[in-house]
Design a protein around this ligand. Structure first.
Ligand code: ZN
Ligand code: ZN
Ligand code: ZN
Length: 349
């Protein structure tokens, strides 16, 4: 029933959202939608707002200690055109059979390096380690907000991959829902564990190491491999061999091992870049245990049945035909062929 509000009544604080979240009633996954008025595409180098000497205002959230020549080595800033806002209430409501809510959450940019031209494939391993430590600290910190269900870390590089800034950056979004792909993985990991009492990712690692058909490289506790059933050509995963559900726990507790992860990430991106410069990179890690959600309450075994990993999805313009449906992925290069080419790449350092 409509409620009339007197014009002079004190109104609650109003926050306007450019974007809203809508739940697909069929797949039960949330999408973010709205009319985006922000500029897109990498900015020209002359106007970089993320270089240390930039004059444009940036809201710094956290910074890692300096390395040679700058006051910081990696830092997190508020995204200049955030999709998610920490202020306000989700205001979840129904519209007939549909569900919608405000895009409450957080949207940060991780400036990977103070140097405009030091990317994850050509920076030094200690520089990449600082970036990984920053990512872990931001995830750890955002998980202290019990409203937040999941924290995504991703990087889009190249015009066809949706890159936004020329400066080396990754992005973090903290959301009140778990993204669809991660939700599928969590459910599948739980089902596998229920029947076998083993982690499906650990089993994949053991089989891939035994067969040695799709492993690109092992470094310390980390493995880079081409998955058995790729979604795109040259899809590559990086996983820890030791079982661990939460990336931030590995990164903050076993800090000594981060040098190996930094080196493997750098070397793997070098390999992928011999095939295409453009890629998506995404970290898949455990959701927020503090979130008082009934659906998450199922996953009492999440520490046993989930296993963090990084997925690299190269963007091959010429191969991206109309066959590439979002649900039935088409990949014209087999993993066994992809691994041979990526393994054979000459790597610097
Ligand atoms: Zn820059
Ligand atoms: Zn595992
Ligand atoms: Zn994954």
């Amino acid at each position: 029933m409509p409620v009339e509000i007197a014009v002079d009544a004190p109104s609650p604080a109003v926050f306007t959202y450019a974007m809203e979240l809508r739940k697909d009633p069929i797949t039960r996954s949330w999408v973010i939608t709205g009319d985006d008025r922000a500029e897109s595409g990498p900015r020209p180098d002359s106007a970089c707002r993320f270089c240390p000497e930039a004059t444009a205002a940036t809201q710094v959230i956290a910074a890692m200690p300096n390395t040679v020549g700058a006051s910081w080595s990696a830092r997190a800033v508020v995204h200049p055109a955030p999709l998610y806002h920490i202020e306000g209430e989700p205001g979840r409501r129904g519209d007939g059979l549909y569900d919608t809510m405000h895009s409450v959450g957080a949207h940060e940019l991780l400036v990977e390096n103070p140097r405009h031209d030091h990317h994850l494939w050509n920076a030094s391993d200690p520089e990449i380690e600082w970036f990984l430590r920053l990512a872990a600290e931001r995830i750890f910190d955002l998980k202290r907000d019990p409203r937040i269900k999941y924290i995504s870390l991703f990087k889009d590089y190249g015009a066809h991959a949706g890159q936004e800034f020329a400066h080396p950056t990754s992005q973090i979004t903290a959301t009140m829902f778990v993204p669809r792909r991660v939700l599928y993985e969590l459910r599948a990991g739980r089902e596998y564990f229920l029947s076998k009492e083993r982690c499906v990712f650990c089993d994949i690692i053991h089989q891939e190491e035994r067969q040695a058909l799709r492993v690109i490289e092992a470094r310390g506790d980390y493995l880079a491999l081409c998955p058995y059933a790729p979604r795109v050509p040259y899809e590559t995963w990086i996983l820890p061999r030791s079982h661990e559900a939460a990336f931030e726990r590995t990164a903050l507790v076993r800090q000594g091992q981060l040098a190996d992860l930094a080196a493997l990430l750098r070397r793997t991106l070098q390999r992928v870049r011999t095939v295409t410069e453009e890629f998506h990179l995404v970290l898949h890690t455990s959701p927020n245990h503090l979130h008082p959600s009934k659906t998450l309450g199922y996953w009492k075994t999440i520490d046993d049945d989930y296993h963090w990993h990084i997925e690299i999805l190269p963007v091959l313009g010429s191969k991206a035909r109309s066959y590439t449906f979002k649900e039935v992925y088409y990949s014209p290069v087999s993993s066994e062929t992809a691994v041979k080419q990526l393994r054979g790449t000459k790597i610097d350092g």
